[in-house]
Ligand binder design. Structure first.
Ligand code: IFM
Length: 483
């Protein structure tokens, strides 16, 4: 049988989708009974978010959701990955649900179903109800139990409408950017709390999977991780050890408890000066190791490191805002080097081969574990031009089309090599609130005009639509509306 790489044709049944997250697109932050989240709070802190931007209005998806479902339908995608805003459906993070919030998602899921679009639902994409943060946030074990209760409630309310429940999106960001470097909400710079958050997020995942499956026997469950692909700067033993150390912090602390039922012993030793990990209680690691129907993988770029030689200041070009406290707990003697280009507008290097490598290494390590690429995409500076002949606005985002094509080809290479990859989700359906960067970075295949909320198909949307409809990788020149 000829390979996908040779023919460009993916197998039937491979799922093509796009992804978004509630806080990044919904807006309506103070409407419909929604409570405040940690991101609403962080956005009020001067200097925390570029341009003082907030998610108050965002893409106004809360009001324009029907139009957005039309766009998904027109794109011809088989699936849509969305997240539920916890403070919209349970304003305080505990207790009574907000019926208006639940109704919003019920309507959205019904509309997707009517169009034959499979909904992948993430329960937590970073918008923790502020009341739970006030009680300790992810540094507190209680938050894991609150999350499980919320997951059970959602399974009860929305159960049969959801095809796949993803508990958490990128817990690496929630724990380390939220509690160590403080670049993300809740903006805390407490490395010990970040490690506690790592464990409580893993525990929350396991408890939530149990709760969902108690509510809906046989429910398909998943988690999405932003696993890091590290490169050592040299062949030295010191640089190899730097990779070992950060690989444990970024990947091992999630893959270990989730898929193997243990934390890597070297991470516990490396971080001993910060924490004794006594927050891990007997029985926790049986809970965290809940069988996953799919492991979601988000990939954008790779990371180059070396061991700091003690001269001058360590380089910290890891693609995240440089802050007083590093997100890399107890790893101040690891340097993060700027990778060779090309780079996206985020300053992230473009290395599609890293995605093939990541998927294949996961398959080698966990051969029975189905995988899906739940986010992949790129931010570039876009320009709107008016196409006089067609009478429409266009965005010729050639670099984004090339990025998507090369990464889809990288997925094909991984499948050809034996990896069990079931789907691919482009990040993102539309431009949106890019966290600490506000609206300054655009990842969408649909352009959003922020003053008016108007959506415009970029050339990448037309390109992706051809891919989603045929399962065949279109050439770059096939981007743009049909002639
Ligand atoms: O926008 C984010 C998303 O919320 C999580 N994954 C990475 C994306 C791009 O930074």
């Amino acid at each position: 049988m000829s390979s996908i790489s040779a023919t460009g044709q993916f197998p039937e049944g491979f799922l093509w989708g796009t992804a978004t997250a509630a806080y990044q697109i919904e807006g309506a932050a103070h409407e419909g009974g929604r409570g405040p989240s940690i991101w609403d709070t962080l956005c009020q802190v001067p200097g925390a978010v570029q341009g003082g931007d907030t998610g108050d209005v965002a893409c106004d998806h809360y009001h324009r959701w029907a139009e957005d479902v039309d766009h998904l339908d027109r794109l011809g995608v088989g699936a849509y990955r969305l997240s539920i805003s916890w403070p919209r459906v349970q304003p305080g993070g505990r207790g009574a649900l907000n019926p208006e919030g639940v109704e919003f998602y019920r309507n959205l899921l019904d509309a997707l179903r009517e169009r034959g679009i499979t909904p992948y639902v993430t329960l937590y994409h970073w918008d923790l109800p502020q009341e739970l943060e006030d009680a300790g946030g992810w540094a507190s074990r209680e938050t894991a139990h609150a999350f499980a209760d919320y997951a059970r409630a959602m399974a009860h309310e929305l159960g049969d409408r959801v095809a796949l429940w993803t508990t958490l999106n990128e817990p690496w960001c929630s724990a380390y950017l939220g509690y160590a470097s403080g670049v993300h909400a809740p903006g805390r710079t407490e490395p010990a709390a970040a490690l506690a958050a790592v464990h409580h997020l893993n525990l929350a995942h396991g408890l939530a999977v149990r709760a969902i499956r108690e509510e809906i026997p046989g429910a398909a469950c998943s988690i999405t991780l932003n696993l890091h692909v590290f490169r050592a700067d040299s062949d030295s033993v010191a640089d190899a050890d730097a990779v070992r150390q950060v690989d444990g912090l970024a990947n091992g602390v999630f893959l270990g408890p989730l898929l193997e039922g243990s934390y890597p012993s070297d991470v516990l030793a490396d971080t001993a000066s910060v924490s004794d990990w006594s927050f891990v209680q007997d029985g926790d690691l049986e809970i965290t190791r809940a069988p996953l129907d799919v492991l979601g993988v988000n990939y954008y770029s790779s990371t180059r490191v070396r061991r700091f030689d003690g001269q001058g200041e360590p380089v910290r070009a890891d693609g995240h805002k440089t802050t007083a406290v590093s997100p890399w707990v107890a790893a101040d003697d690891v340097e993060f080097l700027r990778q060779p280009g090309p780079h996206t507008a985020m300053g992230w290097n473009v290395e599609p081969g890293g995605l093939t490598e990541l998927l294949c290494s996961l398959h080698d390590r966990y051969p029975d574990q189905p995988l899906a690429v739940t986010e992949n995409g790129a931010s570039f500076t876009d320009e709107v031009v008016h196409d006089v002949a067609l009478g429409i606005d266009r965005v010729h985002d050639v670099a984004r089309v090339a990025y998507l094509r090369d990464h889809v080809a990288a997925v094909a290479a991984a499948i050809d090599a034996g990896a069990d990859v079931r789907g691919y989700f482009a990040w993102s359906l539309m431009d949106n609130f890019e966290w600490a960067y506000g609206y300054s970075k655009r990842f969408g295949i649909l352009r959003v005009d922020y003053p008016t909320g108007e959506r415009t198909w970029k050339d990448s949307a037309y390109w992706y639509s051809r891919l989603a409809r045929t399962g065949r990788i279109p050439a770059v020149f096939e981007a743009g509306p049909p002639a």
